[in-house]
Design a protein around this ligand. Structure first.
Ligand code: B12
Length: 214
């Protein structure tokens, strides 16, 4: 039962079928399929499209099509995840965003959703966020954790820039910093002085708990 739904979701992403993706996401919620498994199935599919693009076998419209299908389905699954997490007491305040120059939103939003479902108060600054806006966000929300996403090798250095800006402003020690996104590795995270890195969204929640000593 659940396998059929996951397979249909995967197929909808692979065939850029927005209506199908939306329909099967609703079906997943209705049939009580584990929402994390649903997100996982779609992530595997969109990464496959990305790999094809990377190898020159697929083109930008393929990326756009797969992203549109994923964007049609994810809010439905994320709503369900948030519903589950809505009643928990806050474990801490997170400011999250995708760094300047980078408009990839899917993974960042997934992390934000799972953090919310996991009991954190999350302020999502969106995409293409400058170092200055991160600083403003941290100050305005009195954040415990800053979470930054970067999907491209060209935008990963922005994470370093944000950390350097925080140091200059005397704010570095007030906030724990976690980084992620397809372009980030543990080695890179260590080299820029982040407090933690994880390659997955569920791992990001475990990391955030650890950083808060919970
Ligand atoms: C979908 C997509 C797009 C969509 C984005 C739509 C949207 N609304 O987000 C569109 C079509 C717009 C797009 C545009 C571009 N893209 Co693009 N895109 C992708 C693709 C296929 C999937 C990205 C994605 O959503 N993955 C699924 C999510 C769930 O994964 P994720 O983001 O990595 O997040 C997971 C983890 O990393 C982690 N995580 C994420 N953030 C954080 C944060 C923290 C703190 C933590 C702990 C964890 C964490 O949790 C998530 C869940 O497990 C990737 C391929 C890939 N392999 O990733 C290429 C890819 C990222 N894109 C690429 C490129 C080159 C581009 C363009 C430059 C193309 C162009 N010529 O215009 C533009 C860039 C525009 C810009 N300025 O940003 C390249 C980057 C290459 C590189 N190494 O630099 C990739 C890798 C494709 C490739 N193989 O070449 N893209």
């Amino acid at each position: 039962m659940s396998r059929e739904v996951l397979e249909e979701l995967r197929k909808a992403i692979m065939t850029y079928d927005c209506e199908g993706a939306e329909k099967w996401a609703r079906e997943a919620v209705q049939r009580k399929v584990d929402p994390l498994k649903a997100l996982d199935a779609m992530t595997v599919a969109i990464r496959q499209i990305g790999d094809g693009f990377g190898k020159g076998e697929l083109w930008l419209p393929d990326l756009v099509g797969a992203a549109a299908a994923m964007t049609a389905a994810t809010p439905i699954i994320e709503e369900e995840l948030k519903r589950v997490g809505a009643t928990r007491e806050s474990l801490g305040t997170v400011v999250i965003g995708t760094v300047f120059g980078d408009i990839h939103t899917i993974g960042k939003t997934m992390v934000a959703t799972l953090l919310t479902a996991g009991g954190f108060a999350v302020n999502d600054l969106g995409i293409n966020v400058t170092a200055e806006s991160f600083v403003e966000g941290i100050t305005a929300h009195n954040a415990d954790i800053l979470a930054m996403s970067a999907l491209m090798t060209t935008t990963a250095p922005e994470q370093r820039k944000v950390i350097e800006t925080l140091k200059r402003e005397g704010l570095r020690d007030q906030v724990k910093i976690m980084v992620g996104g397809g372009a980030i590795t543990q080695e890179f995270a260590d080299s820029i002085g982040a407090n933690g890195y994880d390659p997955t969204a569920p791992g990001a929640v475990r990391l955030a708990r650890r950083l808060m000593g919970k």
